[in-house]
Write a protein that binds this ligand. Structure first.
Ligand code: HPA
Length: 301
């Protein structure tokens, strides 16, 4: 564990109320992420974070398991757009879980809301700029593999980025060219930790599409033929952005429904309801997982 914190008195000071409208923001997405990370440090008094956790629909209660939780609205931080989907809280929560400092990103924005890929990846780039070495991403997904029970969590072992976007596409102010190796996009060590925490959990391949319509049954047959076992509308671009910045990634899908054509007709209400019903189990898993992550593996003899 490598995090350092400033004094409790500094931590207790409410930070300046910086609003996106009032503050000049850097033009480039990577510089905006660094500015947001600086604001988070200033406002929380936490100098460096170990682990980021991105929460998908209906999973906001994970943040309640953090010690010393401090909640910031995404709306007031550099570069953040308020998320627009019911069930997304739109907050950043900073706190501790065991020895780790944790930055929870509760509420993401999506391509289907009309955001560009840099906006979609701003939260995870901010977490990278805040020092995290590992990120745990969660999402809601349709189950393509008929063996997945609705309400169960599946570990993502690999992905198909079919969103039509890639966060490394230039020009931008980040490292270029963006020929990032994705052979092990989802970190083998973190997957092994997850398998220890939840030995029964299946591992699958997540197809990330732009949405917002759900898929047709023909599209699901196509995705299945391509090797996908899960389908959703997030995560793949965030993973690519994090890998470029050297952050280890673990990701998990909550299967909220059987994919189109394999079960009942789909609805966002169902996705949210299943998320809420499974929230306690998911939060329990995430708490155990994050508590078991070695935040600084290079330092381990
Ligand atoms: N398809 C795409 N995204 C989703 C689904 C689905 O079936 N369920 C939850 N998110």
């Amino acid at each position: 564990m490598s995090a350092s914190q400033s004094s409790p008195s500094a931590r207790d000071q409410p930070g300046p109320q910086v609003t996106a409208q009032a503050t000049a923001q850097p033009a480039g997405p990577y510089a905006r992420a660094r500015q947001a990370a600086d604001e988070i440090r200033d406002r929380t008094g936490i100098d460096r974070f170990d682990v980021a956790v991105v929460l998908g629909s209906g999973l906001g209660s994970f943040a309640d398991s953090l010690a010393g939780a401090q909640r910031l609205s995404m709306n007031g931080l550099a570069g953040f757009a308020p998320p627009g989907v019911p069930g997304h809280a739109g907050a950043i929560v900073a706190g501790r879980l065991g020895p780790c400092t944790v930055l929870v990103l509760a509420g993401r924005v999506h391509l289907y809301e009309g955001h560009d890929v840099h906006q979609v990846c701003h939260a995870v780039r901010t977490a990278a700029a805040a020092g995290v070495g590992a990120a745990v991403l969660t999402n809601a997904a349709g189950g393509i593999d008929p063996g997945y029970a609705v309400g169960s969590l599946v570990r993502i072992g690999d992905h198909l980025n079919l969103s039509g976007a890639n966060p490394l596409t230039g020009p931008h102010d980040g490292p270029q060219p963006g020929f990032v190796d994705l052979s092990t996009a989802y970190d083998a060590d973190l997957r092994a930790v997850a398998a220890q925490v939840a030995p029964e959990m299946a591992e699958g391949v997540y197809a990330g599409l732009a949405g917002p319509s759900f898929e047709t049954p023909a599209e699901i047959r196509m995705l299945r033929a391509m090797g996908a076992t899960l389908v959703g509308m997030s995560t793949t671009c965030e993973t690519i952005a994090l890998r470029q910045l050297g952050v280890r990634v673990a990701a998990f899908s909550l299967v909220t429904n059987r994919a189109a054509g394999l079960g009942e007709p789909l609805s966002h209400q169902e996705v949210t309801a299943v998320g809420q019903a499974a929230a306690t189990d998911v939060v329990e898993f995430l708490t155990a997982l994050v508590g078991a992550i070695d935040a600084n593996p290079e330092a381990t003899p």
